[in-house]
Design a protein around this ligand. Sequence first.
Ligand SMILES: NC(=O)c1ccc[n+]([C@@H]2O[C@H](COP(=O)([O-])OP(=O)(O)OC[C@H]3O[C@@H](n4cnc5c(N)ncnc54)[C@H](OP(=O)(O)O)[C@@H]3O)[C@@H](O)[C@H]2O)c1
Length: 254
Amino acid sequence: MNSKIAFITGATSGFGRASARRFAQAGWALVLSGRREKRLQALAQELRALVPVHTAILDVRDAEAVKAVVEALPQGFRAITCLVNNAGLALAPEPAQEVDLNDWHTMIDTNIKGLVNVTHALLPTLIESGEGASIVNIGSIAGQWPYRGSHVYGASKAFVKQFSYNLRCDLAGTGVRVTDIAPGMAETEFTLVRTKGDQGASDALYQGTVPLSAEDIAEQIFYVATLPAHININRLEVMPTRQSWAGFAIERDQ
Ligand SMILES: NC(=O)c1ccc[n+]([C@@H]2O[C@H](COP(=O)([O-])OP(=O)(O)OC[C@H]3O[C@@H](n4cnc5c(N)ncnc54)[C@H](OP(=O)(O)O)[C@@H]3O)[C@@H](O)[C@H]2O)c1
C-alpha cells in the first residue's frame, strides 16, 4: 500500500479530475469525491490501473454526509496526507442587484461551508499524519481582485484565502501545511456551470486567447503538496500570461 494518500473533492471535472490523474501518476493512493457517480466511477476505473482508489459520492454542503464519508474510509485510505479542497462553483455572472438569492446561497454553501465541512472532518487525520501533510485550498484571483459580477463568488474565495492563512496559525507545530491556490481564467466546466449550461458563452470566453488548463493547475497542486516538508507556500496566484487587470471604472457625466 502507498504511504501517501490524497483526498480530492470535486474530482469529477476540471482541476479535481486533472489533479487526481497527476497524483496517480506519482503513485499516490486516492480518495475521490463528487456528486456525479458515473464520472467518478469512470475516473476510478481509469486510475485503478495505477494506484488504489476509493470513491465517495458526496455533496460537500452536507456536513453529516462529509463526516460519515471520512469515518467510513476503508483501511488503507484513512491516513490522508493531502486534502485538496477543490469542489466549488461560480453562479450568477449578472450584477448583484439582479441575482437570484438562491445562487448566492449555493455559492456560500459550497465554496465556504462545503470547504469548512471537509476541512473540519479531516483535520484530526491530517494532524495525525503530521510533518509533510498538506491542505490545498482552491481559491481564486476573484478572492483578491474585484470585478463586476463577482459579488458573492469573489467574497467566498476571499474567505478561502483568509481561512487558509488563519488555519496556518492554528496548525503551527503540527507540521500540517496550508496553501491557497488562486487560479485565474482556466478552461474547465466552470463557465458552463456559471452560465447554467450556455456552451456558447463558455466557448466565447475562452476563444482567441490561451487560458490555463486543468492540467496547469493540477501541476501547481501537486507541486505544493510534494515540496520538502519544511516549505509552506502560503498562497499561489496563477494567471494565464494573456490575462491581466483592467483599469478602474469611472462613471462620467454624458
Ligand atoms: N476554472 C476557473 O477559471 C477557475 C478559476 C479560479 C478558481 N476556480 C475554482 O476551482 C475549483 C474547481 O473548478 P473547475 O474550474 O475545475 O470547475 P468544474 O470543471 O466545474 O469542476 C467543479 C467540481 O466541483 C464539484 N462540485 C461542485 N459543487 C459540489 C458540491 N456541492 N459537492 C461536491 N462537489 C461539488 C463538481 O463535481 P459534481 O458536480 O460532480 O459534484 C466538479 O467536480 C472551484 O472551487 C472553482 O471555484 C476555477
